[in-house]
Design a protein around this ligand. Structure first.
Ligand code: NCD
Ligand code: ZN
Length: 344
């Protein structure tokens, strides 16, 4: 049995860092493991301009622990009002690596998102022209659609047509959760990729109701069936370079999740590579971890692969029941339980 795993330092291609005190609480977890991360722009108010992204990037860099070499890769939040000119400026900035499509109402802080994809056609056109990747939260928002079917419906109704209409647009289908999404990405034209979270590899929807309702397992897209989870694991076992690591670590204060109407988001940055190591090992594919975590995403974003390494040790450790967060606490994934791998 492997006792120690030395691997190229990974990157997180989908991360929520928040801002202010919250940012300072969570950033050290990511910076200890990952060299870079794609920073989600769903702040309040959202990061819709290059100027706002630059200011947010400065705040992230200022919040880094002394000596940390972490690089935030910024994104723009698309709205009905985003202009093609802002896309040009984003491309020219050198520090913005994509623009995120949140269908309005689909998830946390998405109310300023896009109400109809037709409203951003000119923006998608310009993104294709300047080769700025589109990151997609892929769920329809129609309350009449079953919450477990919203990803599959989004593929048929929105994503597949958009990928065809914009044949040169590079697209990341974020946090894929279903067999349908795996099959879509596998079969799609070149330039279509996906991120995969640790919770969707480790848990199925039973985890939402194990012994009672479990708000800390609630994220969007919601956990799916065991067959869906197996489809995700199988495509990663195949070493398909279109699928890479994106934790979607999304911190919320404890009382906002343990509530009558709890927020969506799982916090995983405290074990952002360790949880994947566990999932990959359980599926007999530990040898696939390095490319998934440290190669395929960099290749897709046309950034150099990291040159340094991290070491994971097979040594179980107990995750604290809660962690400090802004003016309260947050409950991390696996709180009060063991994780099989530890970062050296
Ligand atoms: C994210 C958040 O809290 O910002 N929540 C989540 O459940 N994943 C938003 C998102 O990525 O959907
Ligand atoms: Zn997210």
């Amino acid at each position: 049995m492997t006792q120690q795993l030395v691997m190229r330092r990974p990157d997180d291609w989908h991360l929520h860092l928040r801002d202010g005190e919250a940012l300072r609480a969570v950033l050290p977890h990511t910076a200890a493991r990952f060299a870079r991360a794609i920073i989600m722009p769903n702040l309040k108010p959202p990061v819709t301009t290059v100027a706002a992204a630059q200011a947010y990037r400065d705040r992230i860099r200022a919040a880094l622990p002394a000596g940390a070499a972490f690089e935030p890769l910024m994104t723009l939040y698309l709205t009905d009002g985003t202009t093609p000119e802002e896309i040009e400026r984003a491309r020219a900035s050198g520090f913005i690596h994509g623009a995120k499509l949140y269908p309005a109402g689909a998830t946390t802080h998405s109310d300023a998102g896009v109400t109809r994809i037709a409203n951003i056609e000119a923006v998608l056109e310009r993104m294709s022209a300047v080769d700025l990747p589109l990151q997609v939260h892929g769920e329809v928002t129609d309350p009449g659609v079953d919450v477990f079917d919203r990803e599959a419906r989004f593929i048929d109704e929105i994503l597949a047509p958009a990928v065809e209409r914009h044949p040169r647009l590079r697209v990341v289908f974020e946090h894929v959760t279903t067999r349908a999404a795996v099959e879509f990405v596998r079969a799609a034209r070149a330039g279509v990729a996906a991120t995969v979270t640790p919770q969707h590899l480790l848990l199925n929807r039973n985890a939402l109701f194990a012994g009672g309702i479990r708000p800390h397992h609630y994220c969007l897209p919601v956990l799916k069936t065991e067959a869906d989870r197996q489809a995700l694991l199988d495509v990663l076992a195949s070493g398909n370079p279109r699928f890479f690591l994106g934790t979607d670590s999304a911190p919320h204060e404890r009382h906002t999740k343990e509530a009558a109407c709890g927020c969506a988001g799982c916090y995983s940055a405290h074990a952002g590579i360790e949880l994947y190591a566990e999932a990959f090992e359980a599926h007999g594919m530990l040898a696939r971890l390095e490319d998934f975590a440290a190669s395929f995403g960099a290749d897709f974003y046309r950034l150099p692969r990291n040159q340094d390494t991290i070491t994971l040790i097979r040594e179980p450790w107990m995750v604290p029941g809660h962690l400090p967060f802004a003016h309260g606490t947050l409950v991390p994934l696996r709180a009060g339980e063991l994780i099989a791998w530890r970062l050296a």
